[in-house]
Design a protein around this ligand. Structure first.
Ligand code: UD1
Ligand code: CA
Length: 463
């Protein structure tokens, strides 16, 4: 078997995005564009992968992980210049095949690349190019063929004549080259074109001058698989295609999605059978939704586990775990480190941060609990606030089982409230409360009988 290495060209800025962020860092359903081709190449049986990155994409190196060699192309002078950067690695591997893919074509899959690879090997050519037929080929390099349908050259959009604009066969920017061909022909590229760039596509003309055959593999069935993302409009289109595919997968696996149009679900989310998702719900990251849960309307859930039969209305949940039968919302915010045990009820208008809420406990109205451990069957009255932060440090609060916290109480951490204790409404509590005790932390009420009448009389006498 011929040795095969993969190259992802991802150093271009992507001027057409009109962005201060390099193109391959823009995201598609939550994932940076570059991760798509990288994931695909990693699934192939490839000896090594080279990723060509631009200067600002360099921090990506750590994120994209092992098994790859990263090469910096700065400044980006065109796809031909990008590929030149790997030449030093090819010098001792002249027989190797080099599979080249662009960093901005997220839907190319392994099956297509495998088919392309086999066809290339069978062709016996030193270079192969993957093409497709686009209904609207605008923006792509067009494939010019001669009367025998052999490739003549590839012409970029900005260099086309008006009759060439109608050609619908386009270059997908996916190629296989024998290393020796790259070593010989890449240094011959020039930048005499509209954009002043070194076009990789010009390499074929150079090869043809030496009468080398070029194999053209046209994949007509699914042109969308080869779409490149060049503009924000393309990003919208790709996002829609991927979103539809993800949603279709969940519908097929037994999830009800009331309004797919207004529902956003990322690829790594897992959803069990008989979950119902209402409109305006966003499920992101590594979220898991267990069976029979009702999500939305209006839920934003990220990197969280939502237990069986939970109900989440108009709320945001991030890095939290909910056991079965928990109700959240409307209008609650569960922040990182929140763990809610079975049957508990959170919100209207509650905020939880780094807290454990026990079984069947109620935090029903307008409360904030941070760094708190709350036991079973506790009632947190409306407007309860845990003061966990003293301006410098965070402090813990423990509220044991069956405690009753009266409304509008302020619990100043560090604090422990013993099992079954009662906190009188409107209290400010800063001393530990023993089990079964009643704690009152407020001024005693004073009644002044007949005060209004006396006040009126005083005023009359003055006036
Ligand atoms: C390229 C092809 C075009 C093809 C289209 C398919 C060339 C000259 N044109 O055009 O024929 O139809 O892809 O999508 O190759 N890159 C670098 N360094 C650079 C320039 C680009 O690494 O100096 C990377 C980009 O990050 C991108 C890829 O190469 O991932 C393609 O570059 P892009 O500018 O998008 O090329 P297109 O104009 O789309
Ligand atoms: Ca492109």
């Amino acid at each position: 078997m011929t040795k095969l290495i993969g190259v992802i060209m991802a150093a271009g800025w992507g001027k057409r995005m009109k962005s201060k962020t390099p193109k391959v860092l823009h995201t598609l359903m939550g994932k940076p564009l570059i991760e798509f081709p990288l994931g695909t190449l990693k699934q192939l049986n490839i000896d090594s992968i080279f990723v060509i990155l631009g200067s600002l994409t360099e921090p990506l190196k750590e994120r994209l992980g092992e098994r790859c060699t990263y090469i910096i192309q700065d400044p980006p002078l065109g796809t031909g210049d990008a590929l030149k950067k790997i030449l030093p690695y090819l010098k001792n591997n002249q027989e190797t095949d080099v599979l080249v893919v662009p960093g901005d074509a997220p839907f190319i899959n392994t099956r297509l690349l495998e088919e392309f690879g086999y066809s290339h090997q069978n062709s016996g050519c030193q270079a192969s190019i993957l093409t497709t037929i686009m209904e609207n080929p605008y923006g792509y390099g067009r494939i010019i063929r001669d009367e025998n349908s052999s490739l003549v050259r590839i012409i970029e959009e900005s260099d086309l004549t008006s009759s060439q604009r109608n050609i619908q066969e386009v270059n997908a920017s996916v190629y296989i080259f024998q290393a020796s061909a790259l070593l010989k022909y890449l240094p011959q590229l020039e930048n005499q074109n509209q954009q002043g760039e070194y076009y990789l596509t010009d390499i074929f003309e150079k090869m043809k001058l030496d009468n080398l055959g070029i194999f053209v593999f046209c994949q007509e069935k699914n042109p969308e698989m080869l779409m490149g993302i060049n503009s924000r409009k393309d990003l919208v289109k790709a996002n829609r295609l991927l979103k539809e595919k993800i949603i279709e997968g969940f519908l097929e696996s037994g999830v009800t999605i009331i309004d797919p149009e207004s529902t956003y679900i990322e690829e790594n989310v897992s959803i069990e059978q008989d979950v119902i998702i209402y409109p305006f719900s966003f499920l992101m990251g590594n979220t898991v939704i267990k069976s029979d849960a009702i999500i939305g309307p209006g839920a934003l859930i990220k990197n969280s586990v939502i237990g069986n039969g939970c109900k989440i209305y108009y709320s945001e949940i991030e890095e939290a775990t909910l056991e079965q039968g928990v109700k959240v919302g409307p209008f609650s915010h569960l922040r990182s480190g929140t763990y809610v045990k079975r049957g508990a009820k959170i919100g209207n208008y509650a905020e939880l941060k780094n807290s454990v809420i026990g079984e069947n406990t109620k935090v029903s109205h307008v409360s904030y609990l941070g760094d708190s451990t709350v036991g079973e069957g506790v009632n947190i009255g409306a407007g309860t606030i845990v003061c966990n932060y003293d301006g410098e440090k965070k402090h813990p609060t423990v509220i044991e089982d069956e405690v009753f916290v009266g409304s509008n109480s302020t619990l100043i951490a560090p604090l422990r409230i013993g099992k079954g204790a009662y906190i009188a409404g409107g209290s400010v509590i800063n001393i530990d409360v023993p089990p079964e005790a009643l704690a009152l932390g407020r001024e005693r009420q004073v009644i002044k009988e007949g005060w209004v009448k006396k006040r009126k009389e005083r005023r009359k006498n003055r006036g």
